[in-house]
Ligand binder design. Structure first.
Ligand SMILES: *Cc1c(COP(=O)(O)O)cnc(C)c1O
Length: 390
């Protein structure tokens, strides 16, 4: 039988349940793959750790760069009932993907926005007495009972009412039922296991919780989940760990990696010994050097601080299966990778180099750039061809 006559067997039809976005892969300088099943697995693993407490999901900052809509939709399917975003725009996007979920807005109530919260059925995280007053006025005027969180500051000194104010308010909140559906606080240093603030915040929040008995309480972010039962309360709010960043720095990463970032090789070139590479001539070829120039740069969110100079190495990339160092500065749209040690011809124009993947984690890139995985993820750019792996 001729090849063209081969009938398509239903059971051989490829299962293409991936969804793509952005420019076509062939035209994009970079390809970002987000593994939604890994996000779900991470959410389930965190949920098992805090059982029987509820596991919510923080999807602010475009779900840490991974995409609010696909991430929220996947977690809704997995059974997630509560989401946290930073602002109303994110709440609106989350609402399209999670029509029935509780959506809390962490930055709270900006002046005059209460009607927008009600229209979206979103819940402000009330962080000051004036916000509470404005929300109360709206709720009693409109008979709105859509819920809100009360944020109690236990040491961050950023948002949240004081523990004293929370204590003073408790009888009023209980008798008048202001529609407070969640009592929360936020840990300052949860990723440092023995940080003295952890114990202090847990203890202070416990004192407040007792006064708000019957209202769901929440303290832990991703790292807080690993501080033990006392930090779990009724609900945890993991963010970064869902997306594969290590919530226990210094120990092995219990989470599954979620993103892969590949960059297209635009050209391969030889640089003579003694020449410099890139802006400001801070990286010198110590030998005749073969470079793979890839089409991803800091405008794509690949942090400029991850570049290399003669004084300090930068991050690595995987090219043709081998780890190769970045040469010179990260430019706006390009990065040079030193592929001299690869067999000649193994890195070719059009090939893909891996900037983040199984062998180079988000945390590795963050360390090379002197920052944290959060910043690497939330910087992920808009020019990539995106693949959402189901
Ligand atoms: C961002 C945020 C979280 C999630 O923190 P991760 O460290 O990413 O898990 C939880 N709670 C609040 C108040 C936050 O702002």
């Amino acid at each position: 039988m001729a090849l063209t006559d081969t009938p398509i067997q239903p059971d051989q039809t490829p299962v293409t349940d991936s969804v793509t976005a952005g420019p076509p892969a062939a035209e994009a300088g970079g390809i970002l793959t987000v593994d939604l099943s890994a996000i779900e697995a991470n959410w389930r693993a965190l949920g098992r750790r805090i059982m029987p407490s509820e596991c919510a999901a923080v999807i602010k900052a475009d779900a840490y760069g991974c995409g609010i809509e696909p991430v929220a939709a996947r977690l809704v399917k997995a059974g997630c009932k509560t989401f946290f975003v930073a602002d109303l725009l994110e709440a609106r996007r989350a609402r399209t993907a999670a029509p029935d979920a509780a959506i809390y807005v962490l930055n709270g109530l900006l002046p005059g926005t209460a009607p927008a919260f009600a229209a979206l059925r979103a819940r402000p995280v009330i962080g000051s007495m004036v916000e509470l007053a404005e929300w109360d006025a709206f709720c009693s005027g409109q008979q709105w009972r859509g819920g809100a969180a009360l944020h109690v500051d236990t040491g961050m000194n950023r948002l949240g009412i004081t523990a004293n104010d929370a204590a003073a308010l408790a009888p009023r909140i209980r008798s008048e039922n202001h529609g407070i559906t969640l009592l929360m606080s936020h840990l300052v240093s949860a990723e440092v296991q023995n940080h003295p603030l952890n114990e202090r915040q847990i203890a202070l929040f416990r004192e407040v919780r007792i006064l708000y008995r019957g209202i769901t309480s929440s303290l832990s972010n991703s790292s807080g989940i690993f501080l033990g039962n006392a930090a779990h309360c009724d609900m945890a709010r993991p963010g970064v760990a869902l997306y594969g960043v290590n919530p226990t720095p210094g120990r092995s990463n219990p989470m599954r990696p979620v993103i892969e970032l590949q960059a297209r090789i635009a050209q391969v070139r030889i640089v003579p010994k003694g020449e410099t590479v890139g802006y400001n001539a801070g990286w010198t070829a110590k030998r005749q050097t073969r470079l793979a120039v890839v089409a991803v740069g800091y405008a794509d969110g690949y942090l400029r601080a991850a570049g290399a100079s003669d004084a300090a190495p930068g991050a690595d990339a995987i090219v043709a299966g081998k780890r190769c160092p970045i040469a010179g500065r990260v430019s706006m749209d390009l990065i040079a990778v030193d592929v001299t040690d690869l067999p000649e011809g193994s890195a070719r124009r059009g090939d893909l180099a891996t900037l983040v993947g199984d062998e180079i984690s988000v945390d590795d890139v963050a360390a090379a750039a002197g920052t944290i995985g959060y910043e690497v993820l939330t910087s992920l750019g808009k020019r990539y061809h995106r693949v959402y792996r189901a």
